[in-house]
Design a protein around this ligand. Sequence first.
Ligand code: HEM
Ligand SMILES: *[C@@H]1O[C@H](CO)[C@@H](O)[C@H](O)[C@H]1NC(C)=O
Length: 513
Amino acid sequence: MSLIEYLSAGAVYAICLLMPYLMFRVFYNNYYHDLRKFPGPLLATITDGYAGYHGLRRALPEATWKDHQVYGSVMRYGPNRLVFDTATALRDIYKNPRFTKSRVYLFSLAGPSPFIFNALDQDVHMRKRKMISPALSERSLRDFEPTMLESIDLFLKLIAASGSEPVNLTDRCRRLSMDVAVQLGFGCSLNLQTNHDHDFIFQGISIANYRINSYMNFPALSNLQLDLILKNTPMRAKWHNTVAKMVQARLSVGRDAKRDFYSFVMGNLEVDSDDIKHSELFAESLFFLSAAGDTISTSLAAMFFYLSRNPDCYQKLCNEVRSAFDSSTDIVGGVRLASCRYLRACINEALRMSPPIGGTLWRQVADEADSTPLIIDGHVIPAGTTVGVNIYSIHHNKRYFPDPFKYKPERWLSETFTDDQDDVGASEMAKAFSPFSIGVRSCAGKAMAYLEMSLLVAKTLYCFDFAEVPGPLGQVGTWKDKKFRASEFQTFDALTSRHDGPYLQFTSRDTFA
Ligand code: HEM
Ligand SMILES: *[C@@H]1O[C@H](CO)[C@@H](O)[C@H](O)[C@H]1NC(C)=O
């Protein structure tokens, strides 16, 4: 027999052996399992590999949305996982103190110390949150704003310098937002906007997030020893070394030398281990950069995409911004910026359609001994189930957002609207809007994100006009799937999102100094 024949005979035997097992899994999971009454794709009922496959393609949010259209508002999306797309489920899960983050978050540990994102113990989390929140409060942001404005001014200068050349907004926005994150984190600059020496940071974060997202959705993958490769890439080493160096440099100048994230956490976080990379401080810093640097860039690029493709919205926003301020330097945080309601609506609509974190934030009951069933969206759920709401899917649920694939800032302008889900008067739509998630684990950087997005977009529109470029370059950033997503910005989800474009052409208005 040839090798091929051996192999194919082997494959046949393997299938013969596997078949009864698979049939058993299908049978058991669909007839006896506690979750048997919940509909879902057949493959997902027997293996996490179903979601895992879509996760590896960086297309899990879209797949989840599509499956919701077939199976309804609650679906079985793994043998032991349920995913929902309703506002009631959102509240029942993320505001329920019995839940904590699922054990799958532990895949995001970068060393021995948990950081705010993956601290499962509620007391540990609360301690960290109390320490980090003041660094991101409205008051700290006022202190930090002048530094943020310097980075934004550089962004504008670079755009002006590009003349009539098409500008790749993914590139510009991710450099800007990481620059700001580094400044806020460590009070120093890596000059990412003008210098490409540290570009490995972007690749390092991408690979790390891809790995984490794949394992979180398909835990069995973590047994394949892929970490030997994924945790040893040169990008990762360089990125960690750079952060370690910044941490060390920041430590050496003392707590009160700068008003940054550090000045709030230093002294409260454990640092005195032999290797700085094993410290709690390092773990938090690493997370801080990816949380703050990798999310805002998506919403900014998405906003440029939507504004350049929706001339009515573009015009309305220009009118609002250009009449609210007398010069570009006039544009700072405060009541006048807050009174730009159309601007806020445009931001929210971009966050809705292209949530920078579009996946399912998995939760589990905190106390493993707790076996009382839970009620989620009217369904009785066994206590051991892993549950979550998929952000992309709820944001495209037409029950809350008619015409979900249309960019319509107007939907956010109704009289009673508030984008604070906690407000008792919040509409159903506001309650379903959750780009920052809700509850105790919701985003700690929401105020900063809105400030940065508002300032950047308002200033850009004050100083420039922009339009999409003709030809193939103008198509960068659009989905090939024209059925639903002809007018949506293309994103590839892996915890946070990758994207490309849009390419735009800018013309200075004569007010730009
Ligand atoms: C548009 C921008 C942003 C979006 C859409 C966003 C979204 C989110 C989401 C959905 C979570 C919850 C994750 C989970 O449950 O697993 C989160 C957590 C977090 N985000 Fe953001 N984020 C943004 C910007 C920022 C910024 C600028 C910062 C910091 C300056 C930040 C800091 C954090 C922190 C510290 C957490 C962990 C909170 C906790 O567990 O208590 N985020 N973010
Ligand atoms: C736009 O910029 C991003 C980020 O730097 C890059 O990955 C992408 O390849 C660029 N797009 C094109 C078409 O060159």
